[in-house]
Structure formats: C-alpha cells, structure tokens
Design a binder for this molecule. Structure first.
Ligand code: IPE
Ligand code: IPE
Ligand code: MG
Length: 255
C-alpha cells in the first residue's frame, strides 16, 4: 500500500477529541541503525533528521500542542569527542535549515537543558531560532539538549532553597505546582504519552517528574526509520488505554 494511504487510514482512526496535548519522544537507535548497514554512527544521526521533520509535521498536522524531543542528554557528553562534535554541528545545520519551515508551519521552538554547556555556535543558533519562532502558536517543539531530569531537579531544589533562605518563600507552602514552576518545563503541561524508539525499555534520565503519570510506549523501530505511521500507531495505542490515576476502572468508566 502507498505510504500516504497507510498514514491517512491510521490518521482517520485517531480520536481528535482525545489527543495527548503533549508527546515526549526519546529518539534512540541512530547509531545501531547505521552500524547494521556497515556505516558510521554519525550517518545514523544525519538520517534521523528526516524523522524529526516527519514527526514534527505529523504531530502539528493532527493538533498536538507540545512535542518534546530528547536530542542530547547530559550523559551524552561522555561519548567520543568526534561523535559529540558531529552532533553539535548537525544541530547548528539542522536548526538553520529548518527555521523557514518552522515559521511556515507556525511552530514555536523551545529548549530545555543546560544550554550554557553547548558550544557557542550551537547555542547562538538555537537562541536565534527560538526568538524568531517565539510568536508561532500552532505547536511548540521543545528540544531537550544537554538535558537530564536529575540536573533539572537539582536546579529546582537550589532555586527553591534560595527563596526559602531569603525569606521569600515559606517551606510549608511548597507544593506540586510550585515545584513544577521551578522546572525547565515551567508552563508546559506534563506529557500524557512518552515514546522511546530503538528497543531499550528505560527512561535514561528524561523528564522524571513530568512523566509521573505518562503512558509509556516502547518500540523497537530505530529512530531513523520512525515515520508518521509509527507516531499514529503509538497515539492509537494510547487511546486504547484506560488512564485510571489510582481509581478503579468502574470509577473511571462512570465518569
Ligand atoms: C540516539 O541514538 C541519539 C543520541 C543519543 C544523540 P543513539 O546514538 O543513542 O543510537 P544507539 O542507541 O547507539 O543505536
Ligand atoms: C537517551 O539515549 C538520550 C537521547 C536519546 C538523546 P541514549 O542512547 O543516550 O541512552 P542510553 O545510554 O541507552 O541509556
Ligand atoms: Mg542510544
């Protein structure tokens, strides 16, 4: 069957009134995808850019409001220098090349992570694209770059303790909303659906606070092969699930 036909058939089955507002994706498997073909790992990262385009377009097309993509973790700094450098320059090139498309599609670019640690060229390109897309309103694309959930939580704890020690905040008033406001995702609703490609069934320090009640979807498909159809399938699977939030199934059904 034609690829577009399959996409459309799956898309038509999605209940648009029960879409997750926010989908977060751990884009994994680039290196293995390339190595299986006898190619260098970097080729996998380069090929993964097409999946980013495809998935961003698909998410915007069906009305997802927030899409977070895990592009580079704090731990990824420990990879060989050549791979880190290649990833950083690929980021600059991709952000530059995609800026007109983001604007054309009315997509706002944001970023979570310790961007101070990024090479200057990458950081400046990113800040420029964030600024130039800041008025777009159809969907927010959030890149997690030099990000780890533990880093983010430490930042939040530091900021809260400082406010308490300066007398600006009463420790007794600390609640979920206050903690959420100190995270890099301030103002962004928690993802209802978290997808990891590449076959591993772990979280790898991604959005630990925010995915407390997310539905998790693990697929063996390597990121460079992940296409619209795979995203639509994950959403359809999500829509089959009963989200109970601690209640009984009967309570949720009668709601
Ligand atoms: C994900 O693919 C991209 C990054 C972590 C930057 P990997 O590079 O982790 O690919 P695998 O998991 O080694 O196949
Ligand atoms: C997680 O993938 C980080 C990103 C996708 C950016 P990794 O490949 O780095 O995770 P581990 O090492 O398998 O846990
Ligand atoms: Mg990996």
């Amino acid at each position: 069957m034609e690829k577009e036909v399959t996409d459309d058939i799956l898309k038509a089955q999605i209940a648009l009134n029960r879409l997750p507002k926010h989908i977060a994706i751990i884009m994994d498997g680039n290196g293995r995808w390339a190595q299986i073909q006898g190619k260098a790992r970097v080729f996998g990262h380069q090929s993964g850019v097409q999946s980013v385009r495809d998935i961003t377009e698909a998410a915007a097309e069906i009305g997802i409001e927030y899409l977070t993509l895990y592009a580079f973790s704090t731990e990824n700094w420990n990879r060989p220098n050549d791979e880190v450098n290649a990833l950083m320059s690929l980021l600059v090139k991709t952000i530059q090349a995609e800026l007109p498309t983001l604007n054309k599609n009315n997509i706002r670019l944001q970023c979570i992570g310790d961007i101070e640690t990024l090479p200057e060229a990458t950081r400046l390109e990113l800040l420029d694209a964030m600024e130039k897309t800041s008025h777009n309103s159809r969907m927010t694309l959030i890149l997690a770059l030099s990000y780890s959930a533990k880093w983010e939580i430490i930042q939040a704890v530091k900021s809260i303790s400082e406010k308490v020690s300066k007398g600006l905040l009463d420790a007794d008033s600390i609640d979920e909303a206050l903690v959420a406001d100190e995270l890099a995702t301030k103002g962004i609703p928690d993802p209802e659906l978290m997808i990891r490609t590449g076959g591993e069934t772990r979280i790898s320090n991604f959005l630990l606070w925010q995915i407390a009640y997310a539905e998790l979807c693990f697929t063996k498909v390597f990121w460079p092969d992940f296409r619209k159809k795979d995203l639509f399938e994950a959403i359809l699977d999500f829509q089959q699930r009963q989200r109970r939030f601690g209640k009984t199934g009967e309570q949720v059904e009668s709601f």
